[in-house]
Design a protein around this ligand. Structure first.
Ligand SMILES: [Zn+2]
Ligand SMILES: [Zn+2]
Length: 441
């Protein structure tokens, strides 16, 4: 049996002598999306009202796993904790991985929506906290299951291996690494391409934002402990004052971006806290500084980290400190990198699916994401920004200059209907293109 999709493939292949082109086939038929939408919305409401914290996504992952299993996917649960891996093999071809996050945040929802979360749970420290899907991961999960449905029901429109991943603990930037440690790229076929998206109020629903190359920032957290020699505030000659060393160090650290980083390159060095001393007439033994460093490029990041160590050690030495400062790099995330060739290809697919005016170029954002951990395994990735704002409210915000609530705000509430429709269309279009029947070579 041959159907309309196959005819289109055939026509497109004929038209270009069998080489790869963007065709009608990489689009999701609006009727296909409409057919799966009611179930996707029901899942969205369910997930939204039953949010779970990072690495506690037990019910969430069980729901996703059950739905994917019912569609015929080979599903494995408890990957890297509460993670889910679902595989659909459909003949020879590439392996493409589409990832969603599973977790919610310890944030009390204040949207006033009839389906707002009222869930409370114990956080890892044992505190009772409100829990809400205030980052929109419920929308990503619903889209992924709806996309899985369309792909399972249209196997004639693609070939290869579809790998769907429910990743735990994105909000603590640890779930991707946990899945890698648990063998996500060795127990299953290693993907050729990685895909993900994130809803936000940066764009109106119906639009998507594309950044080629760097998508967000590297984030590094450092703790510097400067050791002096304490004593009486009136006898500084008998001491080595760590507060003076800290003060000099802070000022010198501010010369890194100003004097050592090439003008125009993105870099931030912030000393977010300083802790030292307890009384005006006592010189303390030590001082502690907390730093946040943000960069886009690896070489700039390395240069800044080296400069921080050099300056911190040199200032201590200049003051005659006998003990070398302790520099602890206690938290870090790498920037998400969108493969330029893949981005160019996906941009054309998105324009085909949504229309040119619904695909916009966006600047890298300041936030961080552990999708980078998957990309760093040496696999090209494409991560896009999904418009989530009610288009009317988006225009109002632009006119008044009062920004819409950001992700993680208690008021964050994406315009679900258009955003979820768009997410499904985009994912199906990307997958059909990457797992294209024209791409057999
Ligand atoms: Zn988040
Ligand atoms: Zn998020």
């Amino acid at each position: 049996m041959i159907n309309s999709r196959q005819v289109l493939h055939f026509v497109a292949a004929l038209a270009v002598g069998g080489t790869l082109v963007l065709t009608q086939t990489s689009r999701a038929d609006p009727a296909e999306v409409d057919a799966v939408y009611p179930k996707a919305y029901t899942l969205y409401l369910d997930l939204h009202q039953h949010p779970e914290l990072s690495f506690s996504e037990v019910q969430t992952s069980a729901k996703i796993a059950a739905q994917l299993r019912a569609l015929g996917y080979a599903v494995t649960e408890h990957v890297g904790g509460t993670g889910v891996v679902a595989i659909l093999k459909n003949g020879p071809g590439k392996t493409v991985m589409l990832r969603t996050e599973l977790d919610a945040l310890p944030v009390e929802e204040k949207t006033g929506l009839p389906f707002a979360s009222r869930v409370r749970a114990k956080d890892p420290a044992g505190r009772d906290v409100a829990v809400g899907h205030m980052c929109g991961h419920d929308l990503h999960m619903s889209a992924l299951v709806a996309t899985a449905t369309i792909m399972a029901h249209s196997r004639d429109s693609w070939h290869g291996t579809l790998m769907l991943v429910g990743q735990p603990a994105e909000e603590t930037l640890s779930g991707a690494k946990a899945m890698i440690r648990d063998g996500i790229f060795t127990r299953w076929p290693r993907p050729d391409v990685l895909l993900a998206l994130h809803v936000s109020n940066l764009l109106p629903a119906g639009q998507v934002g594309v950044a080629s190359g760097i998508y967000d920032s590297n984030a590094d957290s450092l703790r510097l402990t400067i050791f002096g020699k304490g004593g009486h505030g009136a006898a500084p000659d008998t001491t080595i004052d760590p507060i003076v060393i800290a003060a000099r160090t802070i000022v010198a650290l501010q010369t890194i971006v100003a004097r050592e980083v090439k003008p125009g390159e993105f870099a931030v060095v912030t000393v977010g806290y300083i802790t030292a001393g307890s009384k005006n007439n006592v010189i303390p033994d030590q001082a502690e500084l907390g730093l946040s460093v943000r960069t886009y490029k690896t070489e700039i990041r390395k240069r800044i980290m080296d400069a921080i160590a050099r300056i911190t050690n040199a200032e201590a030495q200049a003051a005659g400190a006998t003990r070398t400062p302790l520099i602890e790099h206690y938290e870090s995330t790498d920037a998400v990198y969108n493969d330029p060739a893949l981005t160019q290809r996906m941009r054309a697919v998105l324009e085909g699916a949504l229309g040119k005016d619904h695909v916009v170029t966006v600047e890298p954002i300041g936030a961080s994401e552990d999708f980078s951990a998957f990309v760093e395994q040496g696999i090209p990735g494409f991560y896009l920004n999904l418009g989530g704002a009610d288009p009317e409210k988006f225009e109002q915000a632009r006119a008044t200059g009062v920004p819409l609530p950001s992700n993680h705000s208690p008021l964050f509430a994406p315009d679900v209907d258009p955003a979820l429709h768009t997410a499904i269309s985009v994912e199906v279009a990307e997958l059909r293109d990457l797992l294209s029947a024209n791409d057999r070579g």
